[in-house]
Design a protein around this ligand. Sequence first.
Ligand code: DGT
Ligand code: CA
Ligand code: CA
Ligand code: ZN
Length: 595
Amino acid sequence: MSRNDEIATLLEEFADLLDAEGVEYKPRAYRRAAENIRDHPGDIEGLAAEGEASVGEIDGVGDAISSKVVEYFETGEIEELGELREALPVDMRALTAVEGVGPKTVGSLYEALGITTLDELEAAAEAGEIREIKGFGAKTEQNILDNVEFAREAHARTLLGTAHPYGERAKRYVADVDAVETCALGGSLRRWRPTIGDVDVLVGSHESEAVVDAFTDWPEVESVIEAGETKASVRAGGLRVDLRVVVPEEFGAALQYFTGSKDHNLAVRNRAIERGLKVNEYGVFREAQSASGSRTQSDDDVPEVPEEEDHQRAGEHVAGETEEGVYEALGMDWVPPEMRENRGEVEAAADGALPDLLTEADVRGDLHTHSEWSDGGNTVAEMVAGAADFGHDYIAVTDHATGPGMVGGVGVDDTALREQIAEVEAVAADAAIDVFSGVEANIAPDGSISVADDVLAELDVVVASPHASLDGDGTDRLVAAAEHPEVDIVGHPTGRYLNRRSGLDVDVERLATVAAAAGTALEVNASPARLDLDGYAVKAAVEAGATVAIDTDAHSPGSFGQITYGVHTARRGWAEAGDVLNTRSPDELREFLDG
Ligand code: DGT
Ligand code: CA
Ligand code: CA
Ligand code: ZN
């Protein structure tokens, strides 16, 4: 964790505790300061050393906060934070992971019932004690019971969007170590799963101990869980990072093995057996009839590798240095990691029938973004300039519409929408890229759209998304939206929030069939908190002939880069460039939108 992250996390904890105490306004200021410090390009520790005035130059950081930052770097703690923690000794992160439970609720629950942990929360809900608290009811209690288990499980896995930058940093550090010949990330991170259990780093080297030593010396390491001759596990940035070192001659086989998934590896291994081969983390071997008997019998022959490993290397070594070589030896095409979930990719690779997956370079624009007309942080002009800088050929600005289903009053009403169209047109006239006007309307539980048809008709791009009542089966609701003649894209269809709520149940095949016929695209929302649709749903959608739109839902230009998570999610769904709406040229896109 960088020092900026470290202090930002403390300020956020401060804000949560103030919220829990019922303090108004102040928590917001602490959160804003935390965000700006986290995003600040310079090192906060250096500023703190210069004094409060330098810290205070960061946007949103006032006197009270800058003095706490300086206090932290001088003394190693913030006294007032310590007092707040003592007054409210709760596991805030665990408790607020329950959907519908915020810091304020945590404060009330502690005051009324002394609840500090998830277990205590669940017990109180089961005993019917929560409904008795003033301001709470049976509904809140039931909501807690419904969501506590989800929160408990979610707690253990890290969002791809958090783990990915961390894994890349670990890899860059390791790649720079002298003894390292080659290195790569493996595991779920290489497969771009939406959430990550731990980060797996694989190294090819002849000097494994030197690599392990350097790895455990990585400045970001918080604690060493274990360190051996060829492997190590550490905790860094709240994540577990596993290192494995193999000789370069076996790197490909090890990478194949440690990329997984386990189910993919099992299917690959069975295919090897059918062909008289053996595949494992050391290579591909042709079974020699008596090899296993003769190698391990002599007692005075001290093996250089453990006996079990030695046995695993028995037979004629036919591949292992490269991953391509491993698949080739098995008569298969190389399988893109995103597809390795045993969903038919082993058969397809053997038949030479893998799809030609889309790449990040295929994406030409973003069709779901927000400006300060609703809850975004930037003007339309800034968003457009940001999209152009990012390299896009077009962008649609799709602010939230007000109306039923939208909470917080951040949306744009019909009158404002028409004003916004005029602004978008003015910006478009001077822009280097194509700019489309748009809206993100809400899909009500009955499937109706929150903006009048005549207003929708004036917009270039209509995204319609579900934002509330995200329980139960949502197929009819989404089908109705997909069939609406003005709707172009069904946004974040399930409404899930990773680690927080599972969202609507959707029969994707049925939705996709309707969407394909209606000429409506289904979104892969690339925001790391959503990744909705997910890869499996994309596969079903593409198979049913639907078009997919990959959008960031950016609320500032800094988020355009998150498109990468959407692209790899679509690749998990076997999508080719032709399946994706925003790989098309501006003219082809217009044709789709008008159709
Ligand atoms: P995660 O960390 O839970 O997000 O998921 P993975 O897939 O990264 O799993 P992890 O870190 O436990 O192991 C990395 C890969 O190593 C895994 O995808 C496949 C391989 N692997 C680990 N244990 C086994 C095993 O017992 N059998 C097989 N066939 N492969 C394994
Ligand atoms: Ca892993
Ligand atoms: Ca692992
Ligand atoms: Zn939305």
